[in-house]
Design a protein around this ligand. Structure first.
Ligand SMILES: [Zn+2]
Length: 134
């Protein structure tokens, strides 16, 4: 499933092993995600390819426990997803076929989770990431 930021400097190819309708959508309640209206999903058995066509456009934003890098386009401001080590999460709002994700976004609050628990959860639940491009 193809996706990109608004200007196209950063592209996504999300290849879940499951059908999009079977994937849980999460509306993380952290202040960053609420400001973006994030609907996130991942599939540990799939693959997320992130292609950076313009290296200077990629912002890796960290906050809180700084266990993940939130990927934003510096030019157009779109939030694409996050990476933690070699795993990633996609913001479904950036995908061309976002209408194929039919599950309602489930509000979820990770406050109080330790950095270690957070890394472990992502290792198990997030999608393996492959970087391409600049
Ligand atoms: Zn952009």
């Amino acid at each position: 499933m193809r996706g990109r930021c608004h200007c196209g400097a950063i592209e996504l190819d999300f290849m879940p092993a499951r059908a999009p309708q079977a994937l849980t959508l999460l509306a993380c309640q952290c202040s960053f995600c609420r400001k973006h209206g994030t609907r996130a999903t991942a599939d540990p058995d799939g693959l997320l390819v992130i292609t950076v066509t313009e290296r200077e456009a990629l912002e890796r934003y960290e906050f809180g426990l700084a266990t993940a890098q939130f990927l934003l386009c510096r030019r157009c401001g779109v939030y694409l997803g996050a990476v933690c080590g070699e795993r990633g999460l996609v913001n479904v709002n950036c995908l061309d076929d976002q209408a194929r994700f039919t599950q309602p976004a489930r509000p979820i609050d990770y406050d109080g989770e330790t950095a270690q628990a957070r890394r472990l959860r992502r290792e198990r639940g997030w999608t393996p990431v492959e970087w391409r491009g600049a």
